[in-house]
Design a protein around this ligand. Structure first.
Ligand code: FES
Ligand code: MG
Length: 570
């Protein structure tokens, strides 16, 4: 098999000189261009993405492994998406970063690619891009931070932000204490160490078969993360020789396994849009309903915040994802292959010992019987909406209440703590225009903080509905991803204060209890909001973004263009 990099470095003409000579200014000997596999290391390092700021070291470890196995490592950067700083939301740029990854891989002399991923969107964006090219691909998740500790208490990224915010509002915590707690929370390299979206994404790529076994849980600061990087570097060279391309791994069965594993680990609801988008790139017809059908009956095994009590470091010590795969053995498809060329069962062997059953419960006595994502439909969400029962209050899963409507995020911020706001704990909070087109970019604002006056009364949870997302580190009875979204005229746009809304998770329904005629009249009066942008990427994004029920990818990015580029550059 002739490697695609030969189309650059193997040329005996003027183009060949150009392709090789300029690379040599980096000090590369001539024999590096002798036909050995060229491995691209896609580095999402950035100091503005603190979760990925340690990646230059990881990249060096990958290079060691590539060299040991006789490959030629070349590292390249792509747009890095950090959750904490990027406004209005990193999600707005997931598809842009995926285009960056895709074109950077396709346009360059790369035979196989290693994706260095960490903070939430850096995983789906790079996997989406790589999937649309189709080369052998392995993922090295950068690893979670070590456990946070504050005044003798274990604290988790994100999850405790919501708690501290509530404590500040109710006067239980001072600003000074809060700043001390911030330092205690983020005390090492790595991404959020709760089972938030980053950890969920790491578990997702491991369960899809895109990483070496056990990769997801290893903390960033643990020396074994470096070992994983080196071994992944060795392995990708072999994958190129075996022509083990990403499409052979990303089969329908692999996606179904990932949905089941996500339920068992109590993963983030954000998995849904990312997995749908990745499936769209490889032509697997995954549907929103598949998440409910396959995942909602899976028991919750992993006791991590935000639904549980431990953190990723504990998960690693208990045995990590291989233990979960072992416990789910009878639930998972066997006819899949992973980056090792073998399936999960072969990778983990006969039995995977669990070292702490309080952290990873056995399948026979789970933390919760049914843990996965629930998909609800009805006149309020004709294409569907999602809810994560493991983060919700059981009594609120079937609840009818009076709508308190916020017309925008600014409206919410302006009125939520107004003592005169007509709201009690039986009400249903509704937030409009926070979907992909509306915000734009579908931010994590769906878990609206409760009104201060109700928090002070001790109210812990209320039903909340929006077309936005919620942070994987958040919790509550929160109906998310309502589709079609309000900005394009979904019925969510027509909800008015005082309407009754019925959530019925048992029947998988969400309904606005308003007559068809009344809705028709309201629709006639409705005017769509002004577009969020008229130029630049954002303008393209709002014109082409698919609904959340289809993964919120850009319509023209679905599918793959393969790896062939027919023309040279000179
Ligand atoms: Fe980067 Fe949570 S902010 S993983
Ligand atoms: Mg997050």
């Amino acid at each position: 098999m002739e490697l695609r990099s030969r189309g650059w470095f193997g040329k005996k003409d003027k183009d060949g000189i150009i392709y090789r000579s300029w690379m040599k200014n980096q000090g590369m000997p001539t024999d590096m261009f002798d036909g050995r596999p060229v491995i691209g290391i896609c580095n999402t390092f950035s100091e503005l993405t603190p979760c990925n700021a340690h990646f230059n070291d990881i990249a060096e470890r990958v290079k060691r492994g590539v060299l040991e196995a006789g490959g030629f490592p070349v590292e390249f950067p792509i747009m890095s998406l950090g959750e904490t700083l990027l406004k209005p939301t990193a999600m707005l740029f997931r598809n842009l970063a995926s285009m960056d990854a895709e074109e950077s891989i396709r346009g360059n002399p790369i035979d196989g690619v290693v994706l260095l991923t960490g903070c939430d969107k850096t995983t789906p964006s790079t996997v989406m891009g790589a999937a649309s090219v189709g080369l052998p691909t392995i993922v090295v998740p950068g690893g979670p931070m070590l456990n946070g500790h504050y005044k003798g208490q274990t604290i988790g990224s994100g999850t405790h932000v919501w708690k501290f915010d509530e404590d500040m509002k109710t006067g239980k915590m001072t600003q000074e204490e809060c700043e001390f707690a911030e330092s205690c929370m983020s005390r090492s390299i790595g991404h959020c160490m709760t089972m938030g979206t980053a950890s969920t994404m790491a578990c997702m790529v491991e369960s899809l078969g895109l990483t070496l076994s056990g990769a997801a849980a290893i903390p960033a600061a643990d020396s074994r993360k470096r070992v994983l990087a080196q071994l992944s570097g060795r392995r990708i060279v072999e994958m190129v020789k075996e022509n083990l391309t990403i499409d052979k791994i990303l089969t329908r069965e692999a996606f179904e396994n990932a949905i089941k594993v996500n339920a068992a680990v109590g993963g983030s609801s954000n998995l849904i849009i990312h997995l749908l988008a990745i499936a769209g790139r490889v032509g697997v017809d995954l549907k929103l309903e598949d998440f409910d059908r396959l995942g909602s009956k899976i028991p919750l095994l992993v006791n991590l915040m935000p639904s549980g009590k431990y953190l990723m470091e504990d998960f690693f010590y208990a045995g990590g994802l291989p233990v979960v795969l072992d416990q789910l053995r009878h639930e998972l498809h066997e006819n899949v292959i992973t980056v090792t060329g073998k399936n999960h069962h072969e990778n983990i062997g006969q039995k995977q010992e669990c070292y702490n059953t309080d952290v990873i419960a056995p399948y026979s006595s789970p933390l919760q019987d049914h843990a996965g994502i629930v998909v609800v439909k009805g006149n309020l969400a004709e294409n569907g909406a999602v809810l994560k029962p493991s983060a919700a209050t059981p009594e609120l899963l079937n609840h009818t209440g009076r709508a308190v409507v916020f017309e925008s995020i600014e409206d919410y911020h302006a009125r939520i703590d107004d003592p005169d706001l007509d709201i009690d704990e039986t009400c249903v909070m509704v937030l409009k225009y926070v979907g992909p087109v509306g915000y734009p970019g579908m931010p994590e604002v769906g878990n609206m903080a409760l009104p201060k006056k109700l928090l002070q009364k001790g109210v812990k949870d209320m039903v909340r509905i929006s077309d936005g997302r919620m942070s994987g580190t958040a919790y509550g009875t929160v109906v998310l991803h309502v589709s079609p979204e309000s900005a394009i005229g979904g019925n969510l746009a027509l909800v008015e204060n005082g309407d009754m809304i019925r959530l019925n998770v048992d029947e998988r329904r969400i309904d606005l209890l308003v007559s068809e005629e009344e809705l028709k009249e309201r629709r006639a009066r409705w005017t769509p909001p002004k577009p969020a942008a008229t130029r630049g990427y954002v303008s393209m994004y709002i014109r082409h973004v698919n609904g959340a029920d289809q993964g919120a990818d850009l319509d023209f990015l679905r599918g793959s263009s393969g790896s062939v580029v027919t023309r040279d550059s000179h």
